[in-house]
Every structure is written in structure tokens, then in C-alpha cells.
Design a protein around this ligand. Structure first.
Ligand code: NGQ
Ligand code: ZN
Length: 470
């Protein structure tokens, strides 16, 4: 990773679009300096407009291998009544067969696809820890290391969030057979966190956080132990949790505690900007206001939420309250930041029968992009995604990682567009991927639409799919 510089005729900086921007790279893959109105000198010239790469704040990598395999109804009794819960059963069946090298191969292919579509970092919500019988591997971190290996082989930035999964439902219900590969008690879980922090904690491409799976899978005691254990080692590491995704989860939580999931969490944990509440689909108006006020990031995954039949996140109210959000591809039914952002807005248009609904506001209530919805969504998702990743991302500014996306200046749909109109066109009409080049930590990984390791990665993925699906 050499020092160097990239010159962009047009680049999206934190303060807005700028021309003739010289981006100087530092020795650790960070941005050392940014100068607008500069001369290119000996810098490499970016082929097109440069924007910050998008952090993907929610991923279960292995689920990419089952994309499209659950879109048919069964023939058994109850068929035709498919839901999140019947999908989950199929997913558990798939999990039962996965070997470590297959998980690495699937994650590698997924991360190549993420990079090619403009995601430059991923937060991996990783819960597949143990062997098919539920016994820990010789290395407790075996499966986590497979995710790390895939990130290293492809170059994507990684926030690894080992999942604490200890119960099968609210009130510490015993876990089922299908969940046995996920299970740890807080003590063994914190041992895993310590191992991973020791091995990877100093790598600027990696941050270790935690993810209590959900209020269904982590009891209040487990949650307390995990949060306290992490905070003793790292006071600002990210904490992610699935919450209020399905109405049944809300009903079960009410029956168990008398409170709704988001309400319960805000009352019992010190939720702040280092937390990411994934989905948070089902909230009352007062929960929506309280979540926004907490500073936590809402982890929105519109294509998966649509695919699984979750419901609509109250985005208009949450944005009006200056709530923070980022986007994730979750089950990877789609691997495209464009699709996530577009469906976030389209969901609201279909519900409200209005246009240009989601304009995130700044402190004074003004949106920061003069009313450009696509541009506003892209910028807000950069900010929220960076917070959720717990890494210096999402800004072309000194100190941030040099994670850059160069758009194709020859993409027909971008012709004649610049600035925020360019981002609007990208978000609402970018069906043919207009990402040309991608840099992560200053290193070029995608060149003219091709990832530098895509052939080897695909060969391994092909082998894994053959073994899994034949
Ligand atoms: C997951 N997926 O952890 O993969 C979950 C399903 C559960 C989403 N929530 C399992 N989208 O929630 O119990
Ligand atoms: Zn998830």
C-alpha cells in the first residue's frame, strides 16, 4: 500500500461537491489531505466523478448462497401461508449443512459483488459459530476467521460483529436444534471477542464489535454481561441488535415484559450513537421519537425487509426527528446500495401517495441537499453507516479511510449530470451499475468494473455451490 494521490475533476466532499480535488493518501490507507481547486501534479487521475464508498451496515454473508431458493411455496400442510417464520426454518436447514471453507467461499464472492456495486465496507452480523452438531471448533473463532479471510482476500473493510445467541425466545426459552450452531453463553462469547480483538484489533481495515442477536435470543442478563464485557475492553465499539422486525416479535415482547421491543431496549440499555438497531420496523410515534433522540443508528435493509414481509419502517417521521440511519443488504437478496436507497424512498411514496418524501434534516430543520432526495439519502446513509461500522468512513476528508468510488463517466444515464443531480440519477435510475473503479484503504480493488481477484473468488464459490446444491 504505497503513498500516492488521486485527482478528481469532481468529488463529493463533506461540505459539498468540489472541482479539481487532490486526494493525498497516507501510509495506513487513510486520506492524508484533501485540496480542492488543485492541480493534478503526478496524481492518478480518476476516470469520473468520485464519491465516498458506502458502508453496508448489516450482512449475514452465508445467506447470499440461498438467494432465490425460498421464493416458492411448499406442498405440505400450511403451504401458501409463507412468512418470515417459514423462511427462517428453511434458512436454519441451509445453515445446518455449511462447512467453514464454504462459508469463506460464499463470503468472498459476496464481498466482490459488494465492492463492484459500491459498498466498500461491511458490518458482518456473524452468528454461525460452531460445527453442525453445535460443538465449538478447535479454534473457537474458526468461522469468524473465515469471514476475516474473505474480507482480506477481497479487500473490503470489515466490522466483525460476533453474535451473542443464547435463547430460543423471550424469557430465556430454550433454543431449538436449528439454532445449536449459534449458541454461546456470555462467558464463552466474551472469550471469542477477546481472541478476535487480540488477533485483529490493530488492523485499520477491521473493527471488532458485538451483536446480541435480538431480545428473543439474548436475555436481559446475557445482554448486560455482553455489553459490560465489551465496554470494559473498548468503550466505543459498535453494538448491533435486531429489533422489532416482525409484528409477532412485538406481541411476544409485550406479553413477556409489558413493553414493546424498542421501548424495552431504550429503557434497559445505554443506547447511544455506538448502537445500531437493525430494522426497528414496528415502532409507535413515541418510540420513533425516542430512537431518533438516542443518537443510535437505524439499520435499514429495505430489500430484505420487503422480501421477508416485515412491514414499513416509519421513515418520514424518523427523518423529520433527525434520526440517523444507514443501509444494509442483510440476506443479500439484492447487493446494491442503489436498490436499498431507492426502495426506502419508494416504499414511502407508495404508502403516502406523495413524491420526494425522505429528506433527512439538519439541526435547523433544513435538508442538506436543496431537496435532492437521492443525494440526501446517499449522504445520510454514509454518515449513519460509518457510525454503525465504528470506523472512519464515508467522508473524503483527512483521517478518513481512502474508500472511494469512481463513477463511469460514459454511463449513458449519467451524461449531462453533475453534483446532486448526478446522485439522484444514480439512486433512481442506476440499474446498469455505473460504478467503474473502487478503492479501499487507498488500494484499487475494482478497475473498469472488474475486481482484481474475481476469477479466483468465483472459482471457489462455484465449487462451494456445487457441493452445497448438487
Ligand atoms: C437472521 N434475519 O439472524 O438471519 C434473521 C433471522 C431471526 C433477519 N432478521 C433469524 N432478517 O431473526 O431469528
Ligand atoms: Zn439480520
Amino acid at each position: 500500500m504505497g503513498l500516492g494521490a488521486i485527482f478528481a475533476a469532481e468529488a463529493l466532499l463533506p461540505e459539498g461537491w468540489a472541482e479539481n480535488v487532490l486526494i493525498e493518501l497516507g501510509p495506513q490507507g487513510e486520506i492524508a489531505a484533501v485540496k480542492a481547486g488543485a492541480a493534478p501534479g503526478g496524481a492518478d487521475r480518476a476516470a469520473g466523478p468520485v464519491i465516498p464508498g458506502m458502508p453496508n451496515l448489516h450482512s449475514h454473508a452465508f445467506q447470499r448462497a440461498m438467494a432465490g431458493l425460498t421464493e416458492q411455496t411448499g406442498t405440505e400442510e400450511g403451504a401458501g401461508d409463507d412468512s418470515f417464520w417459514t423462511w427462517r426454518k428453511l434458512m436454519y436447514g441451509f445453515v445446518g449443512r455449511l462447512q467453514p471453507e464454504q462459508v469463506e467461499a460464499i463470503a468472498g464472492q459476496l464481498y466482490v459483488e459488494m465492492l463492484k456495486s459500491g459498498y466498500t465496507a461491511v458490518a458482518e452480523f456473524h452468528y454461525l459459530h460452531h460445527d453442525p452438531a453445535g460443538a465449538p471448533y478447535g479454534d473457537l473463532a474458526e468461522m469468524s476467521e473465515r469471514v476475516v479471510a474473505a474480507a482480506k482476500a477481497t479487500g473490503i473493510g470489515l466490522t466483525l460483529l460476533p453474535v451473542l445467541y443464547g435463547a430460543g425466545g423471550f424469557g430465556g426459552k430454550p433454543a431449538t436444534e436449528g439454532q445449536r450452531r449459534f449458541l454461546n453463553d456470555p462467558q464463552r462469547f466474551l472469550e471469542l471477542i477477546g481472541l478476535l480483538r487480540g488477533r485483529h484489533g490493530a488492523d485499520p481495515q477491521i473493527r471488532i464489535g458485538i451483536a446480541p442477536h435480538s431480545l428473543r435470543a439474548a436475555t436481559p442478563e446475557m445482554l448486560d454481561a455482553a455489553v459490560a464485557g465489551l465496554r470494559a475492553q473498548d468503550p466505543t465499539a459498535p453494538i448491533h441488535i435486531h429489533i422489532a422486525e416482525q409484528t409477532k416479535e412485538v406481541e411476544d415482547c409485550l406479553a413477556w415484559s409489558g413493553q414493546r421491543p424498542v421501548e424495552w431496549l431504550l429503557a434497559h440499555q445505554p443506547v447511544d450513537q455506538h448502537w445500531c438497531l437493525v430494522h426497528a420496523t414496528h415502532m409507535t410515534e413515541s418510540e420513533t421519537q425516542a430512537l431518533a433522540a438516542s443518537g443510535a443508528v437505524a439499520g435499514l435493509c429495505p430489500t430484505t425487509e420487503a422480501n421477508l414481509g416485515d412491514g414499513f419502517f416509519p421513515a418520514a417521521a424518523f427523518f423529520a426527528a433527525q434520526g440517523r440511519f444507514g443501509i444494509g443488504s442483510d440476506s443479500h437478496i439484492s447487493v446494491s446500495p442503489i436498490e436499498e436507497l431507492r426502495w426506502l424512498e419508494y416504499g414511502q411514496r407508495l404508502v403516502t401517495r406523495r413524491r420526494n418524501v425522505l429528506l433527512p434534516r439538519d439541526g435547523s430543520g433544513r435538508n442538506r441537499s436543496g431537496g435532492h432526495v437521492g443525494a440526501a439519502l446517499y449522504r445520510a446513509a454514509l454518515e449513519g453507516g460509518a457510525l454503525a461500522a465504528g470506523r472512519p468512513l464515508g467522508r473524503i476528508a483527512p483521517g478518513a479511510r481512502a474508500d472511494l468510488v469512481v463513477l463511469d463517466p460514459d454511463a449513458p444515464l449519467l451524461l449531462g449530470r453533475s453534483g446532486d443531480t448526478l446522485l439522484d440519477s444514480l439512486v433512481f435510475a442506476g440499474n446498469q451499475n455505473p460504478v467503474r473503479d473502487v478503492f479501499v484503504g487507498g488500494r484499487q480493488l475494482v478497475e473498469a468494473g472488474h475486481h482484481i481477484a474475481e476469477h479466483d473468488v468465483l472459482a471457489r464459490f462455484r465449487g462451494a455451490m456445487k457441493a452445497l446444491l448438487d
